[in-house]
Design a protein around this ligand. Structure first.
Ligand code: MN
Ligand code: MN
Length: 368
């Protein structure tokens, strides 16, 4: 179980307490997940005593009924949560000097409250890097969930392609996707706001969706994903609405070749930086290097963006079980944008994608 790895880490690093405050990290270690908003939600792991999950009183029953079998400690809105955490730790152990905190996800105000309850404590150590490293390698169960999210993304593309017509706003097409995912496929929520971009809007990779309307002979870019059993999908497709021009076709084919070459190059032993270069060199050679304005990809799991980062200069060696996106793009301001994105898992000799929507340039017939 993942929590055992955290306990082993505490022992091997000489830390007494790990204070885990990112809800996704808590879910990873305990199987219990929730959104605490401004209230306090944490996992307190101790080197020589049982861990406990700390939640608002209104979440206690839900936490006990979850996959988490350990202790649950609650606090009322009228109580001081920090004093209760302090008392609970002292009840369990006398060893609480060396703390490891999640520096990437602990508000300064929370940090100061912890420290004032443990004035002799040392709060210099960071557990974030350890969590990032163990989350790099996905288990078969996690990979099944990622594949489930990928299947939903494939359904979402089909809904989006069917919704394109002359005069439809990007926002209405995105709305159709989100609505149909919920009513047809039981998707609870997207992993990020569904992106639909027509024509020149697609040259801004993270814009929209806006009230811009689809017009004949534009490229339309979709970037979307769902959450499935706590795991995310993230995928992009670009289609032509009506007959594409030679230039539109060219940037599509260059991007597609770059994406396929990078997918084909994935295998254990290659570095993240080398993978980025495989796609980037193809786009550069075709004369569009200046229009590929982001890294090749990012890790995916419980978070839509996590480690590893597939970026130039990253010497991280790719290994079996890592999951990430391959998503080269070409963005020409004032003209059009293309991005083709699949996430997948590194296998013993290649890369298995989670999404399968066809990548031959799709030419949709005009619709009124
Ligand atoms: Mn992505
Ligand atoms: Mn994406």
């Amino acid at each position: 179980m993942n929590l055992d790895k955290l306990q082993e880490w505490l022992v091997s690093t000489g830390n007494d307490v790990a204070y885990i405050s990112d809800p996704l990290s808590i879910a990873y270690f305990t199987g219990y997940s929730m959104e605490p908003h401004e209230r306090i939600f944490s996992l307190v792991a101790l080197k020589d005593a049982p861990a406990f999950v700390f939640v608002p009183a209104l979440n206690v029953e839900e936490a006990k009924a979850s996959d988490w079998n350990g202790d649950v400690v609650g606090y009322l809105d009228s109580e001081d949560p920090w004093a209760i955490i302090g008392d609970e730790i002292r009840k369990r152990t006398t060893k609480h000097k060396n703390w490891a905190i999640e520096k990437i996800n602990l508000p300064v105000a929370h940090f100061q409250n912890l420290r004032s309850n443990f004035p002799d404590g040392s709060f210099t150590n960071d557990v974030s890097g350890f969590i990032e490293r163990i989350r790099l390698y996905k288990t078969p169960e996690e990979i099944e969930k990622l594949k489930g999210a990928g299947r939903e993304a494939d359904c979402a593309f089909q809904i989006g392609f069917d919704a394109i017509r002359t005069g439809a706003t990007e926002r209405s097409i995105a709305g159709q996707i989100d609505y149909q995912l919920k009513i047809q496929h039981g998707v609870m929520h997207e992993s990020f706001e569904t992106i639909v971009q027509a024509g020149k809007n697609a040259a801004n990779p993270h814009l929209g969706p806006t009230m811009n309307t689809v017009q004949p002979n534009q490229l339309v870019l979709f970037d979307l994903g769902t959450m499935h059993d706590g795991y995310a999908s993230d995928a992009s497709r670009t289609v032509a609405y009506g007959e594409p021009s030679a230039k539109q076709r060219e940037i599509y084919e260059v991007d597609r070749e770059a994406q396929q070459a990078a997918i084909d190059a994935v295998k254990p032993g290659i570095t993240a930086g080398e993978l980025d270069a495989v796609a980037r060199d193809i786009i550069k050679r075709a004369g569009y290097g200046e229009y590929f304005i982001h890294r090749l990809g990012h890790g995916i799991g419980m978070n839509v963006h996590e480690f590893p980062s597939i970026v130039g200069g990253n010497d991280l060696v790719i290994e079996e079980g890592m999951c990430f996106s391959i998503e080269p793009g070409i963005y020409i301001p004032g003209f059009a944008g293309v991005r083709i994105e699949d996430c997948g898992v590194v296998t013993k000799d290649g890369f298995e994608t989670f999404t399968h929507t066809d990548k031959d340039l799709k030419i949709l017939p005009l619709k009124d």
